[in-house]
Design a protein around this ligand. Structure first.
Ligand code: 5CA
Ligand code: ZN
Length: 412
């Protein structure tokens, strides 16, 4: 996939401390990376509608992590997928009479423009499902041969049936979320699973390969029969091939913890036995509008592109998002954006002064806040305090602009 331009990330004096992140599996702070190379997999979009503030907030959260890692002096490798072959996209294409490829290409291009405008660092590995179906089919075949997957008859289609993963072969299944079975069953039904599907060994077993149905895209796939891959396997394989396992951090919004990350980790454990696929799992909270999670299916959306057309400064959009801790659920409001703009104006005025309070101290405070589970509200409060106080450090205004650009993606 084509990504977008890399924003300027000024390099700051010295290095930041080790970034600690809240791990959803253990419930405690863990070092986000342990080696000189840090790897991050962030689940990408399903491109059937423009980027809304919920998506943006999730990608901005992991952008903070990448910036803090770079500041720590690490080499960062980041990967993302694009789910351009999946039911909601195909349904939207059908409903609007647009070819699914065209819909996916248009929306992916808009997403790239929004990410570039928000100064989000582009992934190093960026793969759409439509670009790797033969590889996904190969893996599904491998899982079938190893007895980690099985066929479920599809009376409406000739030839072999659909293929499901047998979660019974993975003793560690459930360890990512720690949820009990009733919770898993409820979430599976809500979030793309098919616990009611007849013929499965266990209601939670996820789809790996779906045989072609009339009107659906399909690829030739040898013994699997023409069809398309299920959802979770794409992220397991793109992370495995693109970054190698274990990755340091698996990220996405909190709606992906179960079933998506539980399932993709289970697939990765089957494909790379003996590994823990991700050292740390961390999730961004959900952004709501009018009291409900902003979601394409509900249609209660504020689009990044629309805000930009209306003249919103992308740096103010970033500050409206970073005013909330990334793991919290929060509500998008126009008031929040207005406040972010006022904050940005105060920062810009303060940075235009000939002198200010110590820039070195401010840098240390911002670094300390971000390394503590990406505490952006604390980082913003530190810059507010700097901007609201007089000082005699002539280097400070220039350093503070670099700090905000390097660590928070704010442009001046
Ligand atoms: N393609 C899959 C992941 S493999 C997917 O979930 N796509 S998505 O387009 O539905 O969502 C893209 C990212 O935005 C996911 O990480 C998801 O958790 C996050 N997201 C979706 N809605 C919200 C929201 N309201 N608030 C915060 N993050 C959200
Ligand atoms: Zn994913």
């Amino acid at each position: 996939m084509i990504t977008w331009a890399t924003p300027n990330v000024p390099s700051l004096p010295g290095n930041g401390p080790t970034v600690m992140l809240h791990d959803a599996t253990t419930g405690v702070l863990q070092p986000a990376a342990t080696g000189p190379v840090a790897t991050l997999y962030v689940c990408g979009i399903t491109p059937y509608d423009s980027t809304h503030l919920g998506h943006a907030s999730t990608y901005l959260a992991f952008d903070l992590l990448r910036r803090a890692w770079l500041d720590q002096g690490l080499t960062v490798r980041a990967a993302s997928n694009v789910t351009d072959v999946d039911d909601p996209l195909l349904e939207r294409a059908d409903a609007t009479g647009v070819d699914w490829r065209e819909l996916a290409a248009d929306q992916s291009a808009l997403f790239a423009q929004d990410m570039a405008a928000l100064s989000v660092l582009p992934p190093d590995v960026y793969v759409a499902v439509s670009e790797c179906v033969p590889r996904l089919a190969e893996v599904v075949e491998q899982m079938l041969a190893a007895g980690a997957a099985y066929r479920v008859p599809t009376p409406e289609v000739d030839g072999p049936g659909d293929v499901y993963a047998d979660l019974g072969v993975d003793p560690a299944f459930g360890s990512v979320s720690g949820f009990d079975e009733p919770t898993m069953l409820a979430l599976s039904a809500q979030r793309g699973g098919d616990p009611q599907r007849a013929g499965k060994r266990h209601p939670l077993d996820p789809l790996l390969w779906r045989r072609e149905r009339p009107g659906e895209p399909a690829w030739e796939a040898g013994v699997l029969g023409r069809g398309r891959p299920g959802w979770h396997i794409e992220c397991a394989v793109i992370a495995l091939d693109g970054l190698g396992l274990p990755i340091d951090v698996q990220g996405g919004g909190s709606d992906l913890l179960f079933p998506h990350h539980e399932m993709s980790c289970s697939h990765a454990r089957v494909l790379a036995p003996g590994t823990t696929p991700a050292r740390v799992h961390t999730h961004a909270g959900m952004v709501a509008l009018d009291g409900q999670k902003m979601s394409k299916s509900l249609g209660n959306l504020v689009f990044v592109g629309r805000l930009r057309e209306q003249g919103a400064d992308p740096s103010a959009i970033r500050l409206a998002v970073h005013a909330h801790h990334y793991r919290d659920d929060w509500e998008w409001t126009q008031v929040g954006l207005d406040e972010a703009l006022l904050r940005l104006d105060r920062w810009r005025e303060a940075a235009a002064r000939p002198t200010g309070p110590s820039g070195e101290l401010l840098l240390a405070e911002v670094r300390a806040a971000l390394s503590d589970d990406l505490d952006s509200p604390r980082a913003l409060a530190a810059i507010d305090a700097w901007a609201g106080t007089d000082g005699d450090d002539p280097q400070a205004p220039a350093l503070v602009t670099m700090v905000a650009e390097a660590l928070l993606g704010v442009r001046w």
